[in-house]
Design a protein around this ligand. Structure first.
Ligand SMILES: Cc1ncc(COP(=O)(O)O)c(C=O)c1O
Length: 364
């Protein structure tokens, strides 16, 4: 038996007809850029998440970039984030010419440690981008409180956490804004790239809409330099079909996560994910920690059983060549560096959870 990390085609099977009809509907509409498919999806997404505005954009990476551009972030500005995330979080900060300032993570949740942020704030700090990694929100309350006190904004990178909740409120809907990715492997994925910026702030939403169309309020008249950051109609239409199913897929992920929590508890060397008491985790990834330098042993077990796995992420961002200029030494963020050595993501939206657990136990 072979178990993929995620079988997207199998996931689409029950709604294949509807998806195929939608492709043709877009094709026959002739409306491929902006227009009704994008507008409908944006209002459905805003309603589903309880946000005043959903601004569809070209990817989760571009969602971060356009948010920073709309805020006028520029060289000389510092933005605080985590070194234990997908590259795009810090990449976006760098793309607008600002400086990423890293703060270590909490060992239990893999998310930025709120207690360490205050000491990283300087007069150049403009904002904080906490990442809600693997489908669990960062501990947002203390971050939002600190940001308010210091007069800086917060943008939650919720690329991996659509549907997750923190104290009952949806990930991605906290002030000032949150960003989603619709990369196919995300909990709500398109059949290509896409993303959104969520905000309750009317003026900020307007700036985002201007910036995604090159910075022009009206076509051919530009007050600001934006870019082409549009979500295309085809992705929007597909996402409209998939959005009503998000909860069902999320529940399947959570059920398998609960099964793994039980099945793997007590397995020597393996630590199952920790969930904050006020969090509703949606397990975009189910990520184990493998202690005592034993990760390759568990990788071998999975390989032998033909179970796909992934290491998110093998190298922290402060250790990447492109960020060497920031001057962080080895050991600068010990909790993140330790996590990079120990994490192991296993298939979580799968019918083969029992087999995966047995493989990890060396029973296959
Ligand atoms: C935490 C995080 N931020 C940003 C992104 C970028 O999203 P995209 O791939 O849609 O550009 C991703 C996903 O790939 C991500 O996981």
């Amino acid at each position: 038996m072979k178990v993929p990390l995620l079988d997207i085609v199998a996931m689409h099977a029950p709604i294949r007809e509807e998806l195929a009809d939608t492709l043709l509907r877009v094709l026959d509409s002739g409306s491929y850029i902006n227009g009704p498919f994008v507008e409908s999806f944006e209002s459905e997404l805003a309603r589903a998440c309880g946000s005043a505005h959903a601004v569809g954009v070209s990817s989760g990476s571009d969602a971060l970039i356009i948010a920073l551009m709309a805020l006028g972030i520029a060289p000389g500005d510092e933005i605080i984030t985590t070194p234990f995330t997908f590259f795009a979080t810090a990449g976006a900060i760098s793309r607008v010419g600002a400086t990423p300032v890293f703060v270590d993570i909490d060992a239990d949740t893999f998310n930025i440690d709120p207690n360490l942020i205050a000491s990283a704030i300087t007069p150049k700090t403009k904002g904080i981008i906490p990442v809600s990694l693997f489908g669990q929100t960062a501990d947002l309350d203390p971050i939002l409180r600190l940001a308010e006190e210091k007069g800086v904004w917060v943008i939650e990178d919720a690329a991996q956490s659509i549907g997750a909740r923190y104290g009952g409120k949806m990930s991605g809907t906290f002030p000032l804004a949150g960003t989603y990715s619709f990369f196919p492997a995300k909990n709500l994925g398109g059949i290509g790239d896409g993303g959104a910026v969520m905000t309750d702030d009317d003026a900020f939403a307007e700036q985002l809409r201007i910036m995604r169309n090159h910075g022009g309020r009206d076509r051919y008249f530009y007050d600001r330099v934006g870019g082409n950051f549009r979500l295309d109609a085809l992705q929007a239409a597909i996402l409209s079909v998939k959005l009503p199913h998000l909860r069902r897929w999320e529940e399947a992920r959570r059920a398998n996560a609960a099964f793994y929590d039980q099945a793997l508890s007590g397995l020597a060397g393996v630590v199952t994910p920790r969930v904050m008491p006020n969090a509703y985790h949606v397990y975009n990834q189910y990520v184990l920690r493998i202690k005592d330098g034993r990760r390759s042993e568990f990788e071998d077990r999975l390989k032998r059983a033909q179970v796909a796995y992934a290491i998110y992420y093998p190298l922290c961002l402060h250790q990447q060549g492109c960020f060497a200029y920031l001057g962080y030494p080895e050991g600068a963020f010990p909790v993140s560096e330790q996590a990079a050595k120990e994490v192991l993501a296993i298939p979580v939206l799968t019918d083969q959870a029992e087999y995966v657990a047995a493989a990890l136990k060396g029973e296959v």
